[in-house]
Design a protein around this ligand. Structure first.
Ligand SMILES: Nc1ncnc2c1ncn2[C@@H]1O[C@H](COP(=O)(O)OP(=O)(O)OP(=O)(O)O)[C@@H](O)[C@H]1O
Ligand SMILES: O=C(CO)[C@H](O)[C@H](O)COP(=O)(O)O
Length: 334
């Protein structure tokens, strides 16, 4: 629990269902320790239950199905170190269950569909990440999970993604402009006409000029670099690995982009990549590689999704320390 004298830092993790939020949260828990984190799933602020949404003809992505006033009041209270009685949305029954008490830890993570949607909530967020999954990859991941674990057919998966698309584009996707970092997960460019989606191209879009956040870079800050590290120090089988770093513009903001296309054969060799990255906010040599090697079983540990999730976790830790140690006024996520 956080005492009133200790600031509570709020982290936002945004993205559609099935885009890897749970995996990212597991990495954050490994980094900070469970005692440091209070995770709030924003699905709990659905104000219409499944039946009511059906009657009203709205999806859970529609703001009308969510209580942003309550979300704002409760996140504000948590940030002030106060306990709340949080509602619970029950995904098994599709109903809203009786509320549960929540006591904030030092870091409150709000994760789900709408962390940056409401301006008041957005301004409470100290560091925000948006997980931006390309549709082709989203279908591949959902098929893998929903067909294997939930008994859905290929057509069910595609239909469900299609039916959510209009509301996704209207209410979820635009939030990425407010994130400090966006992890874009795209099909590889290393395999022509790839349909398997096992090899991924992952881009880390990092906003420049945010207090408490300095983007990581490859070799030389501010330059544009394409690097194929396959050689004596890194084992690469087909289709190889390509890294890229360079400046860009994103929704009118200056950003720097780090990119990894391809996958790593041997996790321990990641140290070679880590050596060439700067401003990673590690606390000791090799920390990134060590964190990835700890959980090779997490999906994406052998590609840019895992690498950048770990890197973003390290950036969140650095932002936390900066905010707390300097007691600087907490800036908005915009
Ligand atoms: N980096 C990755 N590489 C490959 N597959 C992945 C990766 N991350 C997630 N997946 C796949 O996507 C599925 C959904 O991931 P996860 O549960 O982390 O997403 P989520 O956003 O929390 O989903 P939900 O909100 O529906 O619970 C996983 O079961 C896994 O199959
Ligand atoms: O997008 C979602 C969560 O991220 C869900 O679709 C939403 O919360 C509604 O849940 P359910 O389908 O269980 O009624």
């Amino acid at each position: 629990m956080s005492s009133n004298s200790e600031p509570v830092v709020v982290i936002g993790v945004a993205g559609d269902s099935g885009c890897g939020k749970s995996t990212f949260l597991r990495r954050l828990t490994d980094l900070f320790g469970a005692d440091w984190l209070t995770v709030i799933c924003l699905d709990d602020y659905h104000c219409l239950d499944r039946k009511q949404r059906k009657v009203a003809g709205v999806t859970a992505l529609n703001p009308k199905a969510n209580n942003f006033d309550l979300m704002y009041e409760q996140i504000k209270a948590l940030k002030a170190g106060k306990s709340i009685e949080k509602p619970i949305y029950n995904h098994e029954t599709g109903m809203i269950d009786p509320p549960e008490p929540i006591v904030p830890s030092r870091i409150v993570v709000i994760e789900g569909l709408h962390p940056f949607y409401d301006e008041r909530v957005r301004e409470l967020i100290d560091f925000g990440v948006y997980l931006d999954l390309d549709d082709a990859v989203k279908i591949a991941w959902k098929i893998q999970r929903d067909m294997a674990e939930r008994g859905h057919t290929y057509e069910d998966v595609v239909r469900s993604i299609e039916s959510r698309r209009p509301d996704f584009m209207a209410y979820i996707d635009p939030q990425k402009q407010y994130a400090d970092v966006v992890i874009q997960i795209l099909p590889t460019q290393l395999i022509p006409n790839d349909t398997e989606r096992r090899v991924l191209r992952v881009r880390l879009v990092q906003k420049e000029g945010r207090p408490g956040f300095s983007p990581a870079y490859l070799f030389d800050e501010g330059s544009t670099i394409s690097w194929i590290p396959c050689g004596r120090k890194l084992t690469c089988s087909y289709p190889g690995i390509r890294l890229f770093y360079g400046p860009d513009e994103y929704y009118g903001h200056e950003v720097s982009v780090l990119e990894v296309d391809g996958q790593f054969e041997q996790l321990e060799e990641l140290i070679y990549i880590e050596q060439h990255l700067s401003d990673t906010s590690t606390q000791y040599y090799g920390e990134m590689t060590e964190l990835l090697r700890k959980h090779p079983e997490y999906p994406g540990s052998n590609n840019g999704t895992g690498l950048f999730q770990v890197l973003v976790g390290l950036k969140m830790r650095a932002a936390y320390h900066q905010l707390v140690s300097k007691e600087i006024p907490i800036p908005a996520a915009v």
